[in-house]
Design a protein around this ligand. Sequence first.
Ligand SMILES: NC(=O)c1ccc[n+]([C@@H]2O[C@H](COP(=O)([O-])OP(=O)(O)OC[C@H]3O[C@@H](n4cnc5c(N)ncnc54)[C@H](OP(=O)(O)O)[C@@H]3O)[C@@H](O)[C@H]2O)c1
Length: 279
Amino acid sequence: MSTIKLNNGVEMPAMGFGTWAIADGAEVAEAVKTAIECGFRHIDTASFYKNETGVGRGIAASGINRSQLWVTTKVWPTETGYDNTLRAFDASLNRLGLDYLDLYLIHWPASPSHYTDWCERNLDTWRAFEKLYADGRVRAIGVSNFLASHLQPLIDSCTVKPMVDQLEIHPGYTQADDVKFCQANNIVVEAWSPFGRGAAFKSAELKQIADHNNCSVAQLCLAWCRQKQIVPLPKSVTPERVKENLESDGLNLSENDILKIDQLPEFGWSGQHPDKVTF
Ligand SMILES: NC(=O)c1ccc[n+]([C@@H]2O[C@H](COP(=O)([O-])OP(=O)(O)OC[C@H]3O[C@@H](n4cnc5c(N)ncnc54)[C@H](OP(=O)(O)O)[C@@H]3O)[C@@H](O)[C@H]2O)c1
């Protein structure tokens, strides 16, 4: 699996295995073990997914040395603030059965529609992230669903700059301005829902470009992300699809095909705008 270098020099596997909506217990443990056996070395979870215990069991059952794996989890808005975040980190680590994390993310910026002090709240949470990073408990720290308007105040007052921003990105929802902002600030972008939770598979345009490249639509979406230096996080509980997704690693799309995908009209957006969500 190829890697991408973060702004602190750490190398992160350039594609991750998503675990949203995979039930805790045997289901997620089996899915994670299978993903690792197939070749994934990067697992993405969150306290909100309520499956960290099973993810940890899957990691342990895979038999792969911990140092070969990249494990990400996230702090949920109700767990944020300085002290709460430190507690949430310990709880996540306990559930995962790990003694350090590779990447910890603020899952969503505090929403201005919910918190009048949204900016201060993000900064308090970030100070806890900086402490965890300085204490060596996590190899990289970052954010998720932060647009440029949330990132700028953080960048202006932080000691450690975020290394990653995980955003909803897929054909039909490119978030081009925010991706540009992150990449100009040396923040690696990850793509959540790289298939738009399945919407991509209904697109005749994507099918046509995939056929022309002798690949599946899933592989096309993943190659499109990776050629734009974006780390996709595909989720699948189906072993054949897990392998198919990994096999996108060798694909090379033309600039023209990448541009055609960039220019597709909007479709498949989750509808979750960080400034409007009610959590
Ligand atoms: N930071 C955030 O706020 C946030 C939000 C949402 C998601 N995420 C992360 O991003 C990950 C991915 O997003 P997602 O789970 O929403 O959706 P997704 O990966 O875009 O789509 C998953 C769907 O695609 C199917 N699929 C996967 N590979 C396929 C293939 N090769 N061919 C056909 N179908 C395929 C899966 O089916 P089967 O599983 O049945 O095979 C599943 O129905 C999540 O799991 C999570 O880790 C983060």
